[in-house]
Design a protein around this ligand. Structure first.
Ligand code: ZN
Length: 317
């Protein structure tokens, strides 16, 4: 198996900036965005061929650096091994953590409080996680504009969790929606904010000040809006989805004007967001903020590496 250093070397030989090397900062290899039930069944049968095929496709499309948002099966670790053998840099959280009884069952392991976290965190360290993924809030509610699943951890719990990761040198990736959720995540010391739906001007300022990277994941909603089948499926919610998406685009635009570092993460694997294509979908949706494509690719690469904790980009040139 290649070490990370080895795979970087391989990338250096194969790539240069001109033929565009891409970074997708937010994927879930445990899901396929089409029929995730079937996909997970294959994984449980230890059939990893589809994962290998997907990773080969990522490689073919020059998406050579990936960060996984976690799963409860620990499959992102298997994917990391396969990816490394293919010369792809693949960052795995081991498992995401979520508050017992709240949103996140298929993404990671539940923790009921700080004591419980200590045990799960020890397991996460044992499997050499590359980052800690914390699910702080629930999902965006398509039935009611502005509503998201509740904040699951207390401020004290979240601060403890984030600091524990920092002490071990792990970057922290926090799934957070709502102004309050995002604020809490940033104040606790998150390195990256995932989703961040309903973020307001105040949190954007805070993110810019603290140099926190934002991964707005536009593709899950953007793809629903562009797809007739999904539009029919969500016919009762489509107006709310459109409004949420439009406001999110405005927030991304504002974030960029304030100097917030935005990275490209597709949330590939979530419903309607297919692996590999998801990255290009996310780029397409980001263009709706009025950013030039070239600028988005530059942002994807530079902020993507930063999100993944890869500081020495000189090795790519
Ligand atoms: Zn995700």
């Amino acid at each position: 198996m290649l070490t990370e250093r080895g795979s970087l070397g391989l990338l250096k030989m194969r790539q240069n900036w001109d033929d565009s090397m891409f970074v997708d900062c937010h994927i879930h290899v445990s899901l396929d965005g089409k029929d995730s039930k079937k996909w997970r069944r294959l994984i449980l049968e230890k059939n990893y061929e589809p994962i290998k095929d997907i990773l080969n496709l990522y490689k073919k499309k020059n998406i050579l650096i990936l960060r996984d948002g976690g799963d409860n099966l620990g499959i992102s670790r298997v994917a990391r091994d396969i990816a490394t053998s293919l010369g792809i840099i693949y960052k795995s959280p081991g498992w995401a953590i979520y508050k017992k009884g709240k949103y996140g069952t298929f993404l990671g392991k539940p923790v009921s409080g700080i004591d419980d976290f200590k045990n799960v965190f020890a397991e996460i360290l044992k499997v050499r996680a590359d980052h800690l993924k914390v699910i702080l809030t629930g999902l965006v509610d398509f039935d009611c504009y502005g509503k998201v699943g509740e904040i699951a951890f207390s401020k004290q719990e979240l601060t403890y969790i984030v600091q524990s990761a920092k002490e071990k040198g792990l970057p922290v990736m926090i799934h957070a929606n709502s102004a309050l959720g995002v604020r809490m995540a940033v104040e606790a010391g998150a390195d990256t904010i995932e989703h961040g739906y309903f973020v307001t001007e105040e949190e954007l300022h805070l993110m810019a000040e603290r140099d926190v990277i934002w991964v707005p994941t536009l593709a899950p909603l953007g793809n629903i809006l562009e797809n007739d089948r999904f539009r029919r499926l969500y016919s009762k919610q489509i107006k709310v989805i459109q409004r949420i998406f439009d406001e999110h685009l405005k927030a991304v635009k504002r974030a960029l004007s304030l100097g917030v570092k935005v990275a490209v993460g597709s949330d590939s694997g979530s419903s309607g967001v297919h692996h590999v294509q998801g990255f290009f979908d996310e780029v397409r949706h980001l263009k709706k903020c009025g950013i030039y494509e070239k600028e988005i690719y530059k942002m994807a690469f530079e902020n993507g590496l930063k999100a993944l904790g890869i500081d020495d980009k000189s090795q790519f040139f």
